[in-house]
Design a protein around this ligand. Structure first.
Ligand SMILES: [Zn+2]
Length: 400
């Protein structure tokens, strides 16, 4: 069985083009550049100026009115919640407009203490809440397999955070699911007055972006029995259609900003970390899962940018950080070897999934895009005393 090897960038000529406005490189999947060298993520943000946000808010109010239970006999919607700043913000927004959501958590891989406290905080906003935990023994097997085969330890989490709320929607007969930001920005207002926009299994599977590994592959490639994969499986289209399950992204109706979401969430009891999360430029996100640092590190190995770049770019686009200052900050924090993950030593995080640091390092080398990093004369990526790689081209263009 072959999997998508995302570190091989088709047509890549060894030189990285960076956006002239933010710090995204052209190695980022699905990113394009205009004639001025501005990336499509910056262009999408700039297009927000043309949005009539008052009108969008009106659309949102129409939708929630449409789905609000007339007699209070069922929940008005499902909100998938991780306990993070965005899901806390989603619940706050829905409670503000009088919705009665059922909050659903797909238990994360290696939940941190602060992550648990933030989940408890969401409950205390005043909502009913369900947490579905998949078999942790099988989960670790899948974490190990996904890290080894596709360089993504978080693959089962990314599956389950979509499948579990949708399964619960079908089981409870709840039509509306309210997600946060739409990472693909292509699924604007499905639950519009036109109706008939129920989710399909095919859309959900494509939306997941699962790097060529499918849940249905697991019995064959990992000898994991189908009976252990129930929660990773989408309901059938007939069930989705029978209930009329649909979804909206709150980021379509409100101008999304993780930083202000965190401020609003904090005002409602959300707890941040005492310092930046390792490899990031923020203390207000990715606080719940000790494996996320590994996930983000592999993004850096494959594409040459990590979470610090994402955070810096969000601030640049909103005028809160100059590109030149962002370059300095990203140099200092992005893509550092994840010796600790939310304060937990790497060997402990790995031992939870039955992996040694030596085995981890071999997988790192396997998924490192060698054309992006300084290599020795045998083509092996050069690590410094702290285990860190050096980008071969980290000039971020002449503008910086
Ligand atoms: Zn950009």
């Amino acid at each position: 069985m072959r999997f998508t090897n995302s570190c091989q960038t088709e047509g890549f000529d060894g030189m990285v083009q960076y956006c002239t406005s933010c710090l995204y490189p052209d190695t980022k999947p699905d990113l394009s550049f205009d004639d001025n060298g501005v990336c499509s993520a910056c262009a999408a943000y700039a297009a927000r100026e043309d949005v009539d946000w008052d009108a969008r808010r009106g659309e949102f109010l129409d939708i929630v009115a449409q789905y609000r239970s007339a007699d209070g006999s069922n929940y008005d919607c499902i909100v998938p919640v991780s306990g993070g700043k965005d899901s806390t913000y989603q619940v706050i927004r829905l409670l503000e407009v009088g919705m009665n959501p059922l909050c659903v958590t797909a238990t994360t891989d290696a939940l941190s203490d602060i992550g648990r406290r933030n989940i408890e905080n969401i409950k205390h906003l005043g909502v009913d809440y369900v947490e579905m935990t998949t078999n942790p023994v099988v989960r670790r097997q899948i974490n190990h397999l996904a890290l080894s085969q596709i360089g993504d330890i978080s693959w089962p989490e990314h599956v389950a955070i979509f499948t579990i709320p949708i399964r619960i929607a079908v089981q409870h007969g709840i039509q509306l699911i309210v997600w946060g930001e739409n990472p693909q920005n292509e699924y604007g207002g499905p639950a519009s007055a036109s109706g008939g926009n129920t989710l399909t299994r095919r859309w959900l599977e494509e939306f997941g972006g699962l790097l060529g590994l499918r849940v249905s592959d697991l019995p064959e490639v990992a000898d994991i029995e189908k009976r252990h994969l129930i929660q990773y499986t989408y309901p059938e289209d007939t069930d989705l259609a029978r209930v009329g399950v649909t979804g909206i992204f709150l980021g379509y109706y409100f101008p999304w900003d993780g930083w202000t979401n965190a401020l609003i969430a904090q005002a409602h009891g959300f707890e941040t970390a005492p310092q930046f999360v390792e490899g990031s430029l923020a203390n207000y996100e990715n606080l719940d899962n000790h494996q996320t640092g590994i996930h983000d590190y592999f993004k850096f190995l494959k594409f040459g940018f990590g979470r610090a770049t994402d955070i810096a770019n969000n601030h640049i686009r909103r005028g809160r950080l100059s590109r030149a200052d962002a370059v300095q900050m990203v140099h200092a924090h992005d893509g550092k070897f994840p010796w600790t993950c939310l304060g937990k030593p790497l060997d402990e995080v790995l031992s939870d999934i039955g992996m040694t640091i030596d085995a981890f390092n071999r997988i790192c080398d396997q998924f490192t895009n060698k054309r992006l990093f300084v290599v020795d004369n045998r083509g092996k990526p050069v690590r410094d005393a702290n285990g860190n790689l050096t980008l071969a081209d980290s000039g971020y263009g002449s503008e910086s």
